[in-house]
Design a protein around this ligand. Structure first.
Ligand SMILES: Cc1ncc(COP(=O)(O)O)c(C=O)c1O
Length: 411
């Protein structure tokens, strides 16, 4: 018997049969709980159940027609071959121009277009941390950050926040968590799952604390255009000392233009970091689908149509946000933080005294309402509700949630 077979005889975790075994990375990674909730809700709906889905992480609108037309034209024109790994030059140039109009000072070579903002985040992490390094992640967090950090061999270190503190970390909290091994801070404003948005002053203080500790900052701004209550957008890359070297700005087209299935994410960084990200991409996914890049380019070629599409979506989202926010705060035992961005609310359900995973499992079984437990985001005692769903589903879902809560004993 080979050495490989005998050495694994006490441990069958990850065994795929025939003496073959999954890697430590595959054994260590957790599947996305948000995608799992969405898949379960869709499966129930496909089986004819009247499910109210609050699990979605994507706009329920279609991609604007002018973007689809641009991609269809690119396809018809034969744009079907590889492009440069970091993306077609017109798109990188348009992105650089858009960032420079905000006050950045970048060249197209500092822009990398990747298959989704998720990949942009992962490549940013792979480019900046490795085994033995620590990464600071404010909690509640987007479910993929800790897994990506672990896949890079580094260790996630969480900075807890709560609704009373507006789901925001403080500079003192950041400073206290830094060790000689800390390399990277991840910021996500507007936040998934809470919808919290840092003010410019709050971000500046955090960025200064991170700069003093010599950290890279991954600023995930995928929800940057989904803002309410007249909140102004803020970009850590414009606030940092040595910003150009320190901050990696990630965004994309998925949430802003209802293009989640297109897989077009963007990253802006210093030249060495952008080059490292492009090299990593060149050995993994190569470029984003060519005609999808031309579809994304249409956003810059027709800014009038892009703005109109975004404004129409924002108006709908904002109405739903307030409708859901008010309805949640009217349920006895539930209190809800007022989000100012993205399309999520993160109500506090701790008064019922049961774990959020149990709360959500029972809510789906008993009332056919799909929500994601706060525990999935590293914050017990909350739920994440996405209002990227129709008004009818929203109203019906809230009525069912209220009926469910009214049946539960309170602490
Ligand atoms: C906080 C955050 N970052 C990044 C992404 C990735 O977006 P995509 O890969 O669809 O561009 C998501 C998607 O859910 C997200 O919520």
């Amino acid at each position: 018997m080979s050495e490989r077979l005998t050495s694994s005889n006490n441990d069958t975790a990850g065994d795929t049969g025939a003496g073959c075994r999954l890697s430590p990375w595959a054994r260590g990674v957790s599947p996305s709980p948000t995608l799992a909730v969405d898949a379960r809700a869709k499966a129930l709906a496909a089986a004819g159940k009247d499910v109210c889905g609050f699990g979605a992480g994507e706009p329920d609108f279609d991609t604007p027609q002018f973007i689809k037309d641009a991609a269809a034209k690119a396809l018809a024109d034969g744009r079907t071959k590889y492009t440069p790994t970091p993306g077609i030059l017109p798109l990188r140039k348009a992105l650089a121009d858009a960032y420079n109009a905000l006050g950045f000072a970048i060249e197209p070579s500092q822009v990398v277009v990747s298959p989704g903002g998720k990949m942009s985040c992962y490549l940013a992490i792979l480019a900046t941390v490795g085994p033995g390094d620590e990464v600071l992640i404010p909690a509640p967090y987007w479910v993929s950050y800790p897994e990506m950090v672990k896949l890079a061999g580094a260790t996630p270190k969480f900075l807890p926040t709560d609704d009373k503190g507006g789901f925001k970390i403080t500079p003192a909290q950041l400073r206290a968590a830094v060790t000689p091994r800390t390399r990277l801070l991840i910021l996500n404003s507007p936040s998934n799952p809470t919808g919290a948005v840092y003010s410019g002053a709050e971000l500046r203080a955090l960025v200064e604390a991170a700069a003093a500790a010599g950290l890279f900052i991954l600023s995930d701004e995928i929800y940057e255009h989904l803002l309410y209550d007249d909140v102004a957008p803020t970009h850590p890359a414009l606030l940092a000392r040595d910003a150009a070297e320190r901050v990696i700005t990630v965004s994309g087209f998925a949430k802003t233009y209802a293009m989640t299935g297109w897989r077009v994410g963007t990253l802006v960084a210093s030249k060495p970091v952008a080059a490292a990200v492009a090299d990593l991409q060149s050995q993994t996914t190569s470029n984003v689908t060519t005609f999808a890049q031309y579809g994304a380019l249409a956003v810059f070629e027709r800014p009038d149509l892009a703005r109109a599409a975004l404004d129409a979506m924002l108006e709908r989202f904002n109405k739903r946000r307030m409708r859901l926010y008010n309805a949640l705060n009217n349920i006895a035992g539930v209190t809800c933080f007022r989000s100012q961005g993205a399309f999520y609310l993160f109500p506090n359900i701790s008064s019922f005294g049961i774990p959020s995973a149990e709360f959500c499992a029972r809510l789906l079984d008993e009332e056919l309402v799909a929500a994601v437990p706060g525990s999935a985001f590293g914050a017990e005692g909350y739920l994440r509700l996405s209002y990227a769903t129709s008004d009818a589903v929203l109203d019906k879902g809230v009525r069912r949630l209220e009926a469910f809560c009214n049946r539960l004993p309170r602490k």
